[in-house]
Design a protein around this ligand. Structure first.
Ligand SMILES: Cc1cc2nc3c(=O)[nH]c(=O)nc-3n(C[C@H](O)[C@H](O)[C@H](O)COP(=O)(O)O)c2cc1C
Length: 234
């Protein structure tokens, strides 16, 4: 039986051990979404693990949900993520950036431009979100148009390219926990009657388009769709 501390092959990489760090939001980025020196220090401290999945990172302004989360779609994001990836690589670690679009799980107070959230349907999640002024009710999101769905797929693809340009070893696409991709899976968040709602195939369409676009951009060996429950499809 393989030892926990023995190396293992994962896609394009040989990891030095079989321990990985789960993605965990820390809300330590600058207001423009650029990673801070504290983030480089934090991830470098954990680089003895075989693989680090970073905290959820938005692919666009509208993809942000929580306060001070990092982005991976501007030149400033790339330059500052380079400090994180090089700090981890200097310690012999590997790092995948987790790309997450929050969809309706978002408060305008936390988002650049105070944008109204977009989601499969205009259905509020009926919960509160932490903001700089404390917890607030999450407002009802706006239903995404087909153009916005296409733009979202393009944003994931662009973010994956930016992650690789920033020195990340790969990306994880967040498909779980009630955020945008999972909102499309879930009948209680997705009431669409077009090609993205109704049947299981239709509700899975966005996830498949996002994964296909990311694979086309950076290759199949450098990306992974995070844990999600097919139960939410049935
Ligand atoms: C503080 C905190 C922040 C988290 N942020 C994220 C996140 O950004 N992305 C994500 O996919 N999961 C996030 N999670 C979920 C964890 O990655 C993990 O799936 C969860 O803690 C369950 O782990 P377990 O199955 O080992 O118990 C977060 C969890 C915690 C405790």
């Amino acid at each position: 039986m393989a030892d926990l501390f023995s190396s293992v092959r994962l896609g394009a990489y040989t990891l030095k051990n079989r321990l990985a760090m789960a993605p965990m939001t820390r809300s330590r980025a600058n207001p423009d979404g650029s990673p801070t020196p504290l983030m480089a220090e934090y991830y470098a401290q954990r680089a003895s693990l075989g693989l680090i999945f970073t905290e959820a990172t938005q692919p666009s302004d509208i993809g942000q949900g929580a306060i001070n989360t990092p982005g991976i779609y501007t030149d400033a994001h790339i330059e500052n993520w380079k400090r994180v990836t090089s700090a981890v690589h200097a310690e012999g670690g590997r790092l995948f950036i987790q790309i997450m679009h929050s969809g309706r799980m978002s408060h305008p107070d936390n988002v650049i431009g105070n944008l109204q959230a977009i989601a499969p349907s205009a259905i509020a999640p009926r919960l509160q979100f932490h903001t700089a002024d404390g917890p607030k009710d999450v407002p009802t999101p706006r239903e995404m148009s087909l153009v916005e769905i296409r733009q979202t797929v393009a944003d994931f693809r662009h973010a994956a390219r930016c992650a690789i340009d920033a020195g990340a070893d790969g990306v994880e696409i967040h498909g779980a926990n009630g955020y945008l991709i999972q909102q499309f899976f879930a009948p209680n968040a997705n009431a669409r009657t077009d090609a993205y709602g109704g049947s299981i195939e239709n509700r899975a369409r966005l996830a498949i388009e996002v994964v296909s676009a990311v694979v086309a951009e950076i290759g199949a060996e450098r990306n992974r769709l995070s844990h999600f429950s097919w139960r939410t499809l049935g």
